[in-house]
Design a protein around this ligand. Sequence first.
Ligand code: HEC
Ligand code: HEC
Ligand code: HEC
Length: 140
Amino acid sequence: MPANPDINGETHRAPQGRTGLKKLLLVLLLCLSAPAAAEYADVVLNKRSEAAGMPPVIFQHWFHRERFRCKVCHSELGFQMRVGANDVLMTDIIDGKFCGACHNGSLAWGPENCELCHSGLPGLKTGIRGDAETRGPGRW
Ligand code: HEC
Ligand code: HEC
Ligand code: HEC
């Protein structure tokens, strides 16, 4: 398909303008100020688990982030981007919400595998653990 010189000229010129450069710098700053480490760490979820007699949940943010875009979880599935901000019930998961949108026995193994998610050591508080890598189930 022959390129349209007008359209190409326009798209090549635009980012070199002053506003284009400012926008680029702003985006760069926003990226740098995000809590980068948190994206790759393990998340401990223990708002309800231990109180209900189950070990805390370890969610390998890093492992999942490699496989899915942020917006799948943080927009489509409604997970707020703040540790401890989500109130997740096991009935929600079994109904296909939150983790259960994928952990349903078809896209990924299902909710009957309690110990794969509830793999934390007793007493772990909700929060981020580690930074650049996941330690996997049962290591925290
Ligand atoms: C498979 C689902 C999933 C994906 C994909 C995902 N996240 Fe998350 N994220 C979560 C969950 C679950 C939490 C913990 C929420 C809670 O504790 O209630 C979380 C927490 C966070 C937090 C909070 C960290 C803190 O210190 O409070 C940030 C920031 C975040 N995610 C950013 C991202 C970014 C950026 C991406 C893409 C690069 C991403 N997430 C991809 C599920 C996901
Ligand atoms: C967007 C889809 C998606 C969501 C949402 C999701 N997972 Fe997963 N998860 C996967 C897939 C795919 C795998 C890999 C399954 C496999 O290897 O068979 C996985 C694997 C895992 C593993 C094993 C990781 C390892 O190191 O092998 C755990 C634990 C886990 N998920 C917990 C959770 C928890 C807890 C939540 C909710 C907070 C959650 N997941 C939400 C898709 C998802
Ligand atoms: C795919 C991951 C996953 C699997 C598998 C899973 N859970 Fe959960 N479960 C969670 C998450 C996430 C929470 C919310 C954690 C928190 O905030 O404490 C939770 C919370 C709970 C709670 C406390 C909240 C409530 O609804 O009462 C109980 C009890 C519970 N799970 C039991 C189980 C049992 C029993 C199984 C196996 C039959 C199971 N879970 C399997 C992820 C999972």
